[in-house]
Design a protein around this ligand. Structure first.
Ligand SMILES: C[S@@+](CC[C@H](N)C(=O)[O-])C[C@H]1O[C@@H](n2cnc3c(N)ncnc32)[C@H](O)[C@@H]1O
Length: 965
């Protein structure tokens, strides 16, 4: 069988950059607007994967790559086509080469004031734009470009070139995919994804013209996937109909709320945000204390709340102060909740919140103290430990200024009697409708199933039904929106139902109030992947729901013509649909409890799904969710992947996407896939996470591994000892071909890519056999390993990485010398080289350490701060860890100390003496010492923090060079 492009090469750097750009588009990503799902995959990654599977590899990898990039409009021509913004004059000047500057700019131009030559006419300006744009690196170019999905595709002349090379007659991506599919399988290719989640994979496959099968255990996911293909892919007409319906419902709800009179005050102002806090009795005083970690409300207008004791009623008045003086504002920063304790404002006494809740420990178990709410509880009961209280309303006053222009003014107020009456009315209105609306599914009636994340609201607030996560106003509004969703058209009904999901996400009691001056608003429930309860929360008023409800469906270039598409909620173990390609992104090591979190949405959808999609179930089926990493998980993964393999032809292929972690994760997954009858043929890593997501998770570089697999058809068996040599050979071949292919100007592969390619090469050898005599797959799969204990497969991967390390020789470093270094030394040396290129991201050092097989690498670092991570200099190391096992005993460590000594004593002799006395065979090591010192001088001279250490290293190197017996 002929190899496909993705089995030979993949432009990882460019695809990472495109993926990053797509992710950074936030809410203007194509599918995210439909609703929340966790771990969505970038569409460009799916597009490239699918094309990579269908495009055959030829004997000319260089040309293959050029054509591949051309199809994706990631070549020069394609990028010019995607360019949608001109460089400013300043940018042109900044990025122009000297030649271009001389040609187009006046000699007196400066960075601040670039002046074009008078003869630079429109045509020349365009030429300049083009030339300078093409000078830019890939990342910089992308700032001026649309995403590939936002344009139609390559131009006709590009298609001519593509067709001439591939022997096709296509004029669009869909035609190309169809032709390539027909050539391989005799028909349009079918793509299956049985872990479809938010639908990236099936959506992109359908958009490229494939037949699609999509399923997910969770019906919320299948609903999102269905909506992706039918609503986003529905084209302008469908989108216009939806927009009209959204507007109609919005206006109807607006009329209703206005008629109820629950949002406007006596002055005609309309509320746009409500702030609530929890109250609990102080054990010290018996007063009801309002709880919040901070009482700041608006940084921009210096609004804060101030507690004033009301001795008569044993409570506090919460005054709202606008334009607060420094002292008051500062005092408001400290709330009555500090580090998880309630702080009594009178006495300053602190009480752990768990004590306030009445949690206790009995017979080795924690008994939680709060009363569990019942279905009919819409607000706390009078005897409850925690009460809830409205403490601030932000009103909007609309008026006209003296010139007749409309102005809006914001007022932050403490609720008065009338406001409180309106609150009561909201509750009354809700109570009148509550049971009927629950029956009709306008508001949830679903119980919260206990689980890792769902336990939190139960334990911390006593909430036991999903509607407890919403306050009466939120329930009333959402119910009203549902009430008006009485359209016959299924597309509209689904779009509006998803709108309810969006309202819930943006308006629940788990929505924090953000005081950000530029963006003062309520956050969304799932701003993190948990169900964290809050002591103070925000409620959006109707007018702040417009952008949530009237969500704009992205315009995808072509409306999708779903040829054959089948979407259903189903356990992946049970699917029976045949596909040529299975592209899946399993819930692997991502630690997201999809089945728990998605219940938040399912509670709003459950009564409507069976009606809209007869045959679909409306439960989360938590017990069947693939999760964790233990034995159960591995077993269920084997069942899923064996099933996909059964449902795939012999010439089909699978791609498994997963988050890159250490070699043990790879080893486990390889074992699972091997046991499922698959063979690894290639693996690539794409950086898919944005900075912020990375930082939240602790500054890791998040890579998505794309593992390509074929059916395992070999009958051969081997012994571990036999395959060792094969692994080494395969790793070398892999690295050699990657190096040959790499683009010198815009490197495709980084060191970590080479290391990961080594993992893949090892697995390719291993899984090419039916059996390895010394590996009992069943036993390895079932075995629970202790931390640090390595499986046989992991050991093979590690040895492959060791081979790769021999290849990662820093520029200008003698390869023989490199081979003599320990892994600790290599990490430090390679780290210096990377740092000299301005690399300060923690994740990169982490990857490097993994590659060199180091479990610990913090001892090398001066700081692990995000984007400031760097290695210690010789002086910063000082005598730290000298002589310790590992790095402490190495030649490099002693050389660093010798630099430190030279600097401290202001004499190279001090350094030389240290080495002479400490190194058992100084004279034999002398040559290597000089090489290390020279490398340090060369590499670190441009790094400011190395300062005088460089001078010392230079002096020492010279001194030792002249040292003779
Ligand atoms: C990483 S997510 C997929 C994300 C998706 N590729 C996207 O781009 O949005 C993994 C999915 O597996 C689903 N899942 C978990 N257990 C499952 C099972 N037994 N059968 C089918 N799907 C399952 C989860 O509901 C989740 O949506």
């Amino acid at each position: 069988m002929r190899k496909s492009f993705i089995e030979v090469q993949f432009p990882v750097s460019k695809i990472s950059k495109e993926s990053y750009k797509e992710r950074k588009a936030n809410y203007s990503q194509t599918l995210t607007g439909l609703g929340k799902w966790w771990g969505r995959k970038p569409l460009i990654l799916v597009r490239a994967t699918l094309l990579g599977l269908l495009m055959p590899a030829s004997d000319d990898p260089e040309k293959d790559r050029r054509i591949f990039l051309k199809i994706l409009t990631m070549d020069d021509e394609g990028m010019l086509l995607r360019k949608n913004r001109n460089l400013s004059l300043k940018e042109l000047y900044q990025y122009a080469t000297l030649k271009q500057r001389t040609k187009y700019f006046l000699p007196e131009s400066t960075e601040e004031e670039p002046l074009l030559r008078p003869e630079t006419d429109t045509e020349k300006k365009e030429e300049l734009q083009k030339e300078v744009f093409l000078n830019l690196g890939y990342d910089d170019r992308l700032k001026y470009c649309l995403r590939p999905e936002q344009i139609e595709g390559p131009l006709p002349q590009a298609w001519n070139e593509i067709n001439a090379y591939l022997g096709t007659r296509a004029h669009s991506l869909q035609e190309l995919i169809q032709e390539l599919g027909e050539r391989q399988f005799g028909h349009r290719p079918r793509v299956g994804d049985a872990f479809c989640g938010g639908g990236s994979i099936p959506f992109e496959a359908a958009r490229l013209g494939c037949d699609v099968y999509a399923s997910d255990l969770n019906p919320v996911a299948t609903l999102l996937t269905w909506a992706a293909i039918h609503l986003v892919g529905g084209g302008p007409e469908v989108q216009e109909e939806i927009r009209k319906a959204q507007q109609e419902v919005f206006e109807a709800v607006d009329r209703q709320i206005t008629e109820w009179g629950i949002e406007h005050n006596e002055k005609g102002w309309r509320a746009d945000a409500y702030l609530y806090c929890v109250e609990a009795k102080s054990p010290a005083t018996g007063y009801w204390v309002p709880l919040a970690p901070s009482w700041i409300i608006s940084e921009k207008y210096r609004v804060c709340a101030k507690l004033e004791p009301d001795h008569q009623n044993k409570r506090y008045r919460i005054r709202i102060i606008t334009g607060a003086d420094e002292k008051t504002f500062k005092a408001a920063e400290k709330g009555t909740i500090q580090d998880g304790d309630m702080v009594c404002p009178e006495t300053g006494n602190r009480y752990p919140v768990s004590t306030i809740r009445g949690d206790r420990y009995e017979n080795g178990k924690t008994i939680y103290g709060l009363r569990q709410w019942g279905n009919d509880d819409l607000v706390p009961r009078p005897g409850d430990v925690f009460q809830e209280r409205l403490y601030c309303i932000r009103y909007v006053e609309t008026c006209t200024d003296e010139k007749g222009r409309i102005q809006t003014l914001r007022h932050y107020v403490e609720p008065d009697e009338n406001d409180l009456r309106r609150e009561e009315k909201v509750l009354c209105l809700l109570k009148e409708r509550f049971h009927q609306w629950q029956k009709k599914g306008y508001i949830p009636s679903k119980r919260i199933e206990r689980g890792y994340n769902t336990e939190q609201p139960i334990r911390e607030r006593g909430w036991t039904y999903w509607h407890h996560l919403f306050n009466p106003r939120q329930l009333l509004y959402n119910g009203a929106f549902s009430f008006y969703n009485n359209y016959e058209n299924k597309l509209i009904k689904v779009a509006l139902l998803l709108g309810i999901g969006k309202l819930s996400n943006w308006n629940s009691k788990l929505c924090r109030w953000l005081q950000d001056p530029a963006n003062e608003k309520g956050a969304d429930t799932f701003s993190n992947q948990a169900l964290n309860t809050l002591f103070n929360y925000s409620v959006r008023s109707f007018i702040k729901l417009d952008s949530v409800w009237i969500y704009k469906l992205s315009q995808t270039f072509d409306s999708i013509k779903p040829f054959n598409e089948y979407i259903e909620p189903k356990d992946a173990r049970l699917i029976q649909n045949f596909s040529e390609f299975w592209i899946t992104d399993p819930p692997y090591a991502d630690a997201i409890n999809y089945h728990e979190l998605a219940d938040f949405f399912l509670a709003w959808y459950e009564k409507h799904l069976p009606e809209l999609f007869p045959g679909w179930y409306a439960e989360s089926k938590a017990a069947l969710a693939v999760k964790g990493s233990g034995q159960d998980f591995r077993e269920s993964m084997v069942e899923c992947y064996s099933n996909f393999t059964r449902n795939m032809p012999d010439n089909g292929a699978q791609v498994v996407m997963f988050t890159h972690q250490d070699s043990s994760v790879w080893a486990d997954l390889a074992l699972i896939l091997w046991a499922s009858g698959l063979q690894v043929t290639a693996a690539w890593t794409i950086q898919t996470e944005t900075e912020s997501a990375g930082l939240k998770k602790g500054n890791y570089v998040q890579g998505t591994v794309i593992m390509v697999l074929r059916k395992q058809k070999s009958q051969e068996t081997a012994f571990l000892s036999d395959i060792q040599a094969d692994v080494e050979f395969e790793v070398r071949e892999q690295l050699k071909s990657m190096m040959e292919l790499d683009d010198k100007e815009d490197p495709n592969f980084s060191d970590t890519d080479y290391q990961l390619a080594a993992y893949a090469a090892a697995l390719r050898v291993l899984t090419s056999y039916k059996r390895i005599e010394d590996i009992d797959i069943q036993y390895e799969l079932m075995k629970e390993r202790k931390p640090g204990e390595k499986s046989e497969i992991e050991k093979i991967i590690d040895s492959a990485v060791a081979v790769a390390c021999d290849y990662l020789v820093p520029a200008g470093f003698d390869p023989n010398h490199w081979r003599m270094l320990s892994n600790d030394e290599r990490f430090y040396i390679k780290g210096l080289e990377i740092q000299s290129h301005g690399e300060y991201r923690n994740g990169v050092y982490q990857e490097l350490a993994r590659g060199f097989g180091l479990r610990q690498y913090n001892q090398f670092l001066k700081t692990t701060k995000a984007n400031e991570t760097r290695l210690m200099t010789a002086t910063e190391f000082g005598a730290r860890g000298l002589h310790d096992e590992g790095f402490g005993k190495t030649l490099l460590r002693n050389v660093l100390f010798a630099i430190h000594e030279t600097r401290k004593e202001e004499s190279p002799q001090a350094g030389r003496n240290w080495l002479y006395n400490e190194m058992p065979d100084y004279w034999n090591q002398r040559e290597r010492i000089i090489l290390l010192l020279k490398f340090i001088v060369r590499t670190c001279a441009s790094m400011e923090h190395w300062g005088d250490d460089i001078k010392a290293a230079r002096l020492l190197a010279g001194y030792i060079e002249n040292d003779h017996v």
